[in-house]
Ligand binder design. Structure first.
Ligand code: NAD
Length: 351
């Protein structure tokens, strides 16, 4: 019987992604059951598939992938009052313990006991049915699509990065890297009032997209000489940006971020590359460039949703490819290879 099926994208181990039925979960206390609708593929999903690990997060047992997602409430667990069956929601994938000092201080993204979809050992949401904490589901207005709901996850990373950077009206911003995260940081910076934005990437197709989305300068990186790239950024912008948002994790790009940022400015590190990188720390120190990391986001979904619902930000152009859940393997291959200029690949879970 079709309704009893819960087709799921199970990463058995490094390199082995299998579509198979898993039990349909029932919602526990304060949880909702969701009929999944849209799930975007994130670079981390692909990374777990290809490498079996990201840093200390290692795939040791089968794990369901997917964490950029939205669905429709199909059942309520005991105690749920904020949602009803049929509500369309965006799912914030990290549910923290709510008890530790980080949670109590509002920085719940730093909670060591977070359940985070598709970060080992926690299962994700790339399946037909999934259960999630009701207070980490955000009801979508009728005019916001489920795909846009799924995009609130990477958009929240952009929101957190721009908040940590202090982007405001008149900010001059350099975004390093024009992947989905860099592009969403660009859109967020614009929405928060940045008036002058440059972006870098190795790939001309991604830079073209950045231009379409409103970057004032799109610079192709064709050298590993970070000081030279910083000079080009300054020449293009006519000044040094007071804010740089690094979205590649690549060593030369982090170096460029330091050199390019105006003295007294801020460099936010979003990209995650090698654990140890060589950077011109003394340049940052002597010029009082603050270097701030970000880890996911906290309290950013409401603003991300408001930006989309109000029309201030339109993240839809990032979606370049669509696949049904049954074709998940093909979707991952497209995302991995970037075939056909893939930026954000969206999987549709409803039959
Ligand atoms: P992506 O791989 O799709 O995009 C990275 C982009 O950087 C690509 O377009 C690539 O061409 C470009 N690039 C690579 N080296 C470069 C260089 N030297 N100079 C300029 N551009 C260069 O990844 P994404 O999904 O956009 O994510 C970006 C980064 O953010 C990744 O490292 C990811 O792990 C990280 N991330 C961090 C957090 C966090 O909480 N800190 C959250 C989400 C993603």
């Amino acid at each position: 019987m079709a309704e009893m099926e819960n087709l799921s994208a199970v990463l058995k181990k490094k390199g082995e992604l299998v579509m198979e039925n898993t039990p349909i979960p029932l919602p526990g206390k304060n949880e909702v059951q969701l009929k999944m609708a849209a799930v975007g593929i994130c670079g981390s999903d692909v990374h777990f598939l290809v490498n079996g690990r990201i840093g200390d997060f290692i795939v040791k047992s089968p794990m369901i992938l997917g964490h950029e997602s939205a669905g429709v409430v199909s059942a309520l667990g005991e105690g749920v009052t904020n949602l009803k069956v049929g509500d369309r929601v965006a799912i914030e994938p990290g549910v923290p313990c709510r008890m530790c000092s980080f949670c109590k201080e509002g920085r719940y993204n730093l909670c060591p006991d977070v359940y985070f979809c598709a970060t080992p050992p926690d299962d994700g949401s790339l399946r037909r049915y999934y259960c999630h904490a009701a207070d980490f589901c955000f009801k979508l207005p009728d005019h916001v699509s489920l795909e846009e709901g799924a995009l609130l996850e990477p958009l929240s990373v952009g929101v957190h990065a721009c908040r940590r950077a202090g982007v405001r009206l008149g900010s001059r911003v350099l975004v390093l890297g024009a992947g989905p995260i860099g592009l969403l940081a660009l859109l967020t910076a614009k929405a928060m009032g940045a008036t002058h934005i440059a972006i870098t990437d190795l790939d001309q197709g991604r830079l073209d997209m950045a231009k379409k989305l409103g970057a004032h300068h799109a610079l192709r990186v064709d050298t590993r000489d970070a000081e030279e790239m910083a000079r080009r950024v300054e020449a293009a912008m006519g000044c040094k940006p007071e804010i740089s948002i690094e979205c590649t994790g690549a060593e030369p790009s982090i170096q460029t971020g330091i050199y390019a940022t105006k003295s007294g400015g801020v460099l936010v590190l979003v990209g995650l590359g090698p654990l140890t990188v060589n950077v011109p720390m003394v340049s940052a120190a002597l010029r009082e460039v603050d270097i701030r990391g970000i880890w996911r986001y906290a309290n950013c979904y409401p603003l991300a949703l408001e930006m989309v619902a109000s029309g201030k930000v339109d993240p839809k152009p990032l979606i370049t490819h669509h696949f049904p859940l049954e074709k998940t393997l093909e979707a991952f291959e497209t995302s991995r290879t970037g075939a056909g200029g893939a930026i954000k690949v969206m999987i549709h879970c409803d039959q």
